[in-house]
Design a protein around this ligand. Sequence first.
Ligand code: URA
Length: 239
Amino acid sequence: MKKLSLDRVLQTQGFGSRKWCRAAIESGEVCVGGELVQDYRAEFDTSDLVFSVFDEPWQYREHVYLVLNKPTGYECSRKPSHHPGVLSLLPEQFARRDVQPVGRLDHDTTGMLLMSDDGAFIHAQSSPKSHIPKVYIATTHDPVTPELIARLLGGVKLHDEPLPLSALRCDQVGEHQMEIVLEQGKYHQVKRMLAAAGNHCSALSRVAIGQLALDTLGVAEGDWAYLSARQIEKLVPSE
Ligand code: URA
């Protein structure tokens, strides 16, 4: 059991500075389990703790694990320069508790982006050693051919990589579309592999990570959702 004072609860959940949280509590803006609490020193067990701030309900979470269905035109970097950042698509509490994207998608890539404030989870997901397959739908400028698929499966050489990189799986799904599965997460990897194989990627969307497919989550483009423990398990490859 972990007990925290109410001002600490709010602060850990990203509502603002200790000072801001105390003022919100003292002015009657915070309820716990449906009861108004105006003493910021009051302590609560954080397991299953439900509270509201300005009438909006929240559940205490030690860490958050989110999926964002990323639209085009947003950057994943912490200091976006040319486009708005993906954090601007989430409630501002998340930025304050240091939620960050797990890996990166290009500004013009859409689809499944994990976000979390759990450093161990971010590391495990992004480490090249974890071999987590990522599934993309790539739209190509020139038609997809069996030779193109064979080249991507056989391995293509990218100029700054010592060894050829190959797709784990690659299937044609339309005249100009393929589903391509990669285990690594190198910079612009799908686009560069397609270019090295003699085609051009004109649109890219990530549709699954591990065994978790975006279309099973009911998250519309531009929206986000919390991931359940069972969904998180599906992100890790089974032995
Ligand atoms: N590969 C790319 O080229 N871009 C992405 O955003 C993801 C994978």
